[in-house]
Each structure stands twice: as structure tokens, then as C-alpha cells.
Design a protein around this ligand. Sequence first.
Ligand code: ADP
Ligand code: F6P
Length: 333
Amino acid sequence: MNEVFKEERGFFMVKRIGILTSGGDAPGMNCAIRAVVRAGLSYGLEVYGVYDGYKGLIEGKIEKLERKSVSDIVNRGGTILRTARLPEFKDEAVRQKAVDILHERGIEALVVIGGDGSYMGAKKLSEMGINCIGLPGTIDNDIASTDYTIGFDTALNTIVDCVDKIRDTTESHSRCSIIEVMGNRCGDLALFSGLAEGAEMILTPDHPIPEEEIIETLRKMKEKDSDKRAIVIVSEKQYSDIHAWARHIQETTGFDTRATVLGHVQRGGSPSAFDRVLAARMGEYAVECLVEGKGGRCVGIVDNKIVDYDIYEALALPRDKHVSMLRIVDILK
Ligand code: ADP
Ligand code: F6P
């Protein structure tokens, strides 16, 4: 395959690539790993799995992956390569250790699946001579160079499933339910789940609503109809104590109020069909990028087309790609 490739394109492609997952895990990461391994093998490459993200990389936790190593993982949440955070990777000396280990093992290029922090690590490794391609693996959908990240759709469906259940009891008691969802300062999980649930209120960092307005809206709602129930979806990291805030809402609006923090349940579970397909398309594309000699780039889906961006350019894009959905939320209130 390498010889054929050289004849067609005039240069030798990489022979040995690695793959790792980094930062918070996300459903669909396994599908992306499978796609990278199988696409790599179909190009005649050797593919190595790096365990525990950048941390495992500098510890040399690297194993060769075969076709069978990635059998029966498409339906599994989490990541078979495990993941980790290593803040020290910002330090060039630590990254040099990673480069040395990759040279020792003859691994010339890497696919890095993770969020924006992992992308920065990938870009910097590329600048040190190891071509890296980033795949967006995070439930937060906080990467502007892609309409959707791997894991977002599954997490969204988990949230909708949970809120459907909370809705039953909220309705029975004519209560106000405040539901805190993840997102790491990106409001997409709250916005999409809020729209999917027809929530009375969606509170995200992208469109903050003044406290008085929140209270006034809920107070009037209850005053107009004492049987009224309300669903309020809140993006995490806006209130230091969501339960205390729920008590405050209860005291000021007349709504019997409860808060639920959905937490890490949002990060687990079998990936949705959408995430599996997305991960397969992106994983295959990442390998194509590496065999074309690209590095320091990240893969995205834009208007259903798989594309790649320079990582610095991707990270500088504005993050408000879905904010126009707020108009629909308002119209449907
Ligand atoms: P995510 O990739 O999900 O955004 P983090 O922000 O925790 O998660 O980043 C994952 C890892 O990427 C970090 O633990 C660190 O190892 C690496 N990383 C983050 N920022 C940088 C940076 N500026 N330079 C090099 N590596 C970085
Ligand atoms: O980036 C994914 C995410 O789940 C965020 O939504 C959340 O803020 C964060 O990771 C939680 O990280 P952890 O609990 O793993 O430290």
C-alpha cells in the first residue's frame, strides 16, 4: 500500500501512527478509536494505542492495536484507551519527553481525541515534529470548528431522558424543577435540551438573564395559574450552590422548588447512532489527513461535510454557532 501511495502521490506516507483520548471522556470515543485503527490498517499502517492520554504517553503506556483490538466496542461508552488530564503537558520539557518516547517507538504521527485543551497539546506536539490531528471528543459541544462534537448527541439524549422523568414528578406536584446540566461554560447542552423539553426557562452563559427577571417571570407564572409547573434548565458553573439558589427561587416566586444536578450520568452510556456515525466519519478522515502529511489540524463537521482546520484558527473562532436557536425558543414559549 505504501508503494502504491508513493507512486500515486510522489511521497512516502507515515508507517506508524498512535491514537489517544484526553480530557473528559465522551460516548463515541470508542467508535472513533475503532475507525482510526481500521482505517489505518487499511492504509497498511501500524496503529498504536496510547493509554491514559498525555500522561500515559510520557509514561510509555503504548500498545500495538490490531483489527480485533477494536472489535465489539462501537456500542460501549467511555474509552477503551482510558483518559487523563496532565496539566504539566503545557511545559515544553514534558512534551519533549513525549516526543522522545514516540521517536523511540517509531511512531511518527498521532490522532488525539479530546476537547480544546487536548487540541492545544496536539498543536504543540505538531510544532515539535509529531504530526497530530485532533478529533472533537467532548459532550460539551464547545469546539467552534465543528457543528457537533462526538458525545454531544448522546449526552443530550441522556439529559432529555432524565428531564422527561423529572417532568412527571414536577407536574404531579405543580413544582418548579431546576435542572443543572454540564457544558463547561458552553450553553449548547442546556439550549438543545431546553428546546427539546419546551422548558419554561433556559439559563446559559451565552445569554444571561438578570436575576430579577428570572424571579419576576416565575412569580407571574405561578400567580396566573396555581397549578402551573415549570422546568428550568441551567448550564453548570453559573451558581456555586444550585440547591441554595432553588431555595431562594422558592422563597421569592411561590413555586415549591427542587434542584437536580444531573452530573456524570451525562457522560456515560452507549453512544447514539448519530455519535457513532460521526465518530466513524471523523476517524477515517483523520487517518486520511495523516497519510497526506497534515499535522496541527483538527477535524470537524460543518453543514454535514467533514472538514479540517488549523488548530489555532479553530480555537479562535467564535463559539456562538447555535445561538440563533434562542429565537425559536422565544417564539415557542
Ligand atoms: P479537554 O481536552 O477536554 O478540553 P483539558 O482542558 O483538561 O480537557 O485538556 C486535556 C489535557 O490537554 C490537559 O490535561 C493537558 O494535558 C493538555 N493541555 C491542555 N492545555 C494545554 C496547553 N495549553 N498546552 C499543552 N497541553 C495542554
Ligand atoms: O468537558 C466535559 C465535562 O463533563 C464538563 O461538562 C464538566 O464541566 C467537566 O467535564 C467535569 O469534569 P470532571 O468531573 O471529569 O473533572
